[in-house]
Design a protein around this ligand. Structure first.
Ligand code: UN1
Length: 513
C-alpha cells in the first residue's frame, strides 16, 4: 500500500470530508443540490459537494469575464511564470493528488501518479510555449507594406472532462489556455468532482499568491445540464469536451448552432495489429497494459487485437497466460494491477458486452465476472475478459468502457489487417507490432491507419504530452496537448500595415478620386 492514506491526501488537498459542502474554492458560488461522492474502491462516501445552479453559473461567468480583462494584458511569458508556479505545487502534491485520483476514480496508484505526471509535463511544455506563441510574417504585394499574423486569446474556454482522466485532461486544456491568455471554466465529471476541487484549490492558491483573480480558473459542478449552460453560451467561444461519442454529438451541435468552436476528444475503438514478424513479448506487454490498464477505461485502451493467422494461437496463448498473472483489487495497494470500474452502471455495460459477444456467435477465451467478497464490497471489481469474434460484430464495432479485449484473426497481407482496423467508426489510436519495415511503413502511409495516433511497436495507450492528442471520424477531430494544439485556444489575426503616404489597393485595382 502507499504510505499516503486517503485521509492525509484529502487534508493535503484541502478537501473536507463528508457533510461539508463548502470546501469548494470558487465553487463557493455553488448553492445547488448536494452531489454525493462515493469511491469505487471501497464504496465509501468520501464527501458531499454542492452543484452549480443557473444563477451560480451566471456569477461564475461574470467572474471569469472580469479575470480575462486582467489576464489577457499580462505578457504571455509572465503567464507562463504562473503556470510554472502551479507546476511547482503539483510536484509538491503529486502523491496526494495521485492518491485522490486513485481513490475517487479507481485507477492504480501508479497510474494516478502517472496522470499527475502528465499534468507536470504539460505545464513544463506550456511554460516554454509561453515564449513561442508565434505567427508568420508574409511579404506584401504592395510596396511599403508589411503583413504578419498574430494570435490573441479567445476569452473563456469551457472544459468538460470525463471521469477516466479526472485531472490530466483538464490540465492539457488549461495549461495551454492559460499561457494563451484565456480563462477557463471547468466542469469535471460528476463522478469525480473531488479531483476538480483539489485542482481548483491548487490553482487558487497560486493566483492568490500573485494577486491575480481566481476567476482565471473557474469550477462548476453537476451533470450534463450544467455542461449545457456552457455549450449554449456564446460568452464561451471554445468548448473542449472529452467523453462519449453520444455526448460529443450533443455538445458539437449546440456549440455549432451558435457558431462557436468545439474541441472534441471522444471514443476510441483502438486496435493493435500483430503481424507474423511481431516480437511476442513486447506484444503481450503492450496489449495487456492497453487492455486492462485503468480497467479498460482509457479512451486509448486496446479493444481489439488483429492477429495474423500464422501466429494467432501463439499470441493468444501468451496473452491468456499473462491474464492469469493479473491481480485485481484495491488500486492503492501497489501489488494489484487492476482496480474497480467507476460504478455499477459501468459493471452492467461490461456484463452486457460479454453477453452480447456470445449472442453474436463469439467465443469467450478468458472468462469475465464480477468479484464478490472481502475487498470487493463496492461491487465494481470485474475480471478482465477476452473474447474471440468477427470484426463486424455489433458489440465489437462499439466502445465498451471496460476490460474486454477482442481477438480477431486476419490472413494474407497487412492490408487486410489495416482494413479491419479502419473498419470502425472511431479513429483515435492504433498500433502495429512488427519488425518488418515494409509493413510498418504501409501502416503509417496514406493508405494505412486512419487514426489520429498510429504507433509502431508500442501499444495504443500511454501517449506522451508532446504530441497532439486526438482522433478522427467519430472521435471528433480535436487535438489537445502538444505540438501546435495551442492554436485552437487562440484567435488568429492577419495584420497589414502601410508605412507609405500612398494607398495602393491590392490586386492592382485602380480607384482614383
Ligand atoms: C484519455 O483516456 O482520455 O494516451 C486520455 C493515454 C493517456 C491519456 C488518455 N496519456 O493513454
Amino acid at each position: 500500500a502507499t504510505d499516503f492514506g486517503i485521509n492525509k491526501a484529502l487534508e493535503t488537498l484541502g478537501i473536507n470530508p463528508v457533510n461539508d459542502g463548502t470546501s469548494t474554492g470558487l465553487n463557493s458560488f455553488s448553492s445547488g443540490e448536494l452531489i454525493e461522492c462515493y469511491s469505487p474502491v471501497d464504496g465509501e462516501l468520501i464527501a458531499k459537494i454542492k452543484s452549480t445552479t443557473k444563477a451560480d453559473y451566471e456569477k461564475v461567468v461574470e467572474t471569469a469575464q472580469d479575470a480575462f480583462k486582467t489576464w489577457r494584458t499580462m505578457p504571455a511569458p509572465q503567464r507562463g511564470e504562473i503556470v510554472r508556479q502551479f507546476n511547482e505545487k503539483l510536484r509538491e502534491k503529486k502523491e496526494a493528488l495521485g492518491t485522490l485520483v486513485s481513490y475517487e476514480m479507481g485507477k492504480s496508484y501508479q497510474e494516478g501518479l502517472g496522470e499527475v505526471q502528465e499534468m507536470i509535463d504539460i505545464c513544463d511544455f506550456a511554460v516554454g510555449l509561453s515564449r513561442q506563441l508565434h505567427g508568420l510574417t508574409m511579404h506584401s504585394e504592395r510596396p511599403g507594406h508589411r503583413m504578419y499574423e498574430q494570435y490573441h486569446p479567445l476569452g473563456i474556454v469551457g472544459i468538460i472532462s470525463a471521469f477516466n482522466f479526472p485531472v490530466a485532461v483538464w490540465s492539457w486544456n488549461t495549461a495551454l489556455a492559460w499561457v494563451c491568455g484565456d480563462v477557463c471554466i471547468w466542469k469535471p465529471s460528476e463522478k469525480t468532482p473531488l479531483c476538480g476541487i483539489a485542482c481548483q484549490h491548487i490553482a487558487a492558491e497560486v493566483f492568490a499568491e500573485n494577486n491575480l483573480p481566481e476567476g482565471i480558473s473557474c469550477l462548476i459542478n453537476g451533470d450534463y445540464k450544467v455542461g449545457e449552460l456552457m455549450t449554449h453560451d456564446s460568452r464561451v467561444p471554445l468548448v473542449s469536451a472529452t467523453g462519449s461519442i453520444r455526448m460529443g454529438k450533443i455538445v458539437a451541435q449546440a456549440v455549432a448552432a451558435r457558431l462557436g468552436k468545439s474541441l472534441l476528444e471522444l471514443g476510441g475503438n483502438n486496435a493493435i495489429i500483430v503481424t507474423p514478424d511481431a516480437d511476442i513479448k513486447m506484444t503481450v506487454i503492450g496489449a495487456v497494459f492497453g487492455a486492462v490498464g485503468t480497467a479498460g477505461q482509457r479512451c486509448t485502451s486496446t479493444r481489439r487485437l488483429i492477429i495474423h493467422e500464422s501466429i494467432y494461437d501463439k499470441v493468444k496463448d501468451a496473452i491468456v497466460a499473462a491474464y492469469k498473472q493479473l491481480r485485481i483489487g484495491n488500486p492503492l495497494d501497489e501489488n494489484n494491477h487492476v482496480g474497480p470500474l467507476i460504478d455499477k452502471d459501468a459493471v452492467k455495460l461490461y456484463q452486457n458486452a460479454l453477453k452480447k459477444v456470445v449472442e453474436e456467435g463469439g467465443n469467450i477465451v478468458v472468462e469475465g465476472g464480477v468479484l464478490e467478497g472481502e475487498g470487493y464490497e463496492s461491487g465494481c471489481y470485474v475480471k478482465p475478459a477476452i473474447a474471440e469474434g468477427e470484426p463486424d460484430f455489433e458489440i465489437i464495432q462499439h466502445e465498451t468502457f471496460a476490460p474486454v479485449l477482442y481477438l480477431l484473426k486476419y490472413s494474407g497481407d497487412v492490408e487486410n489487417a489495416i482494413e479491419i482496423q479502419n473498419g470502425v467508426k472511431q479513429g483515435l489510436s492504433s498500433a502495429i507490432m512488427t519488425n518488418n519495415l515494409r509493413e510498418a511503413e504501409r501502416f503509417l502511409s496514406v493508405a494505412g491507419s486512419d487514426c489520429g495516433i498510429a504507433n509502431v511497436n508500442i501499444g495504443t495507450s500511454g501517449a506522451e504530452i508532446g504530441g497532439a492528442f486526438g482522433g478522427e471520424k467519430e472521435t471528433g477531430g480535436g487535438r489537445e496537448s502538444g505540438s501546435d494544439a495551442w492554436k485552437v485556444y487562440m484567435r488568429r489575426q492577419t495584420n497589414t500595415i502601410n508605412y507609405t503616404t500612398e494607398l495602393p489597393l491590392a490586386q492592382g485595382i485602380k480607384f482614383d478620386l
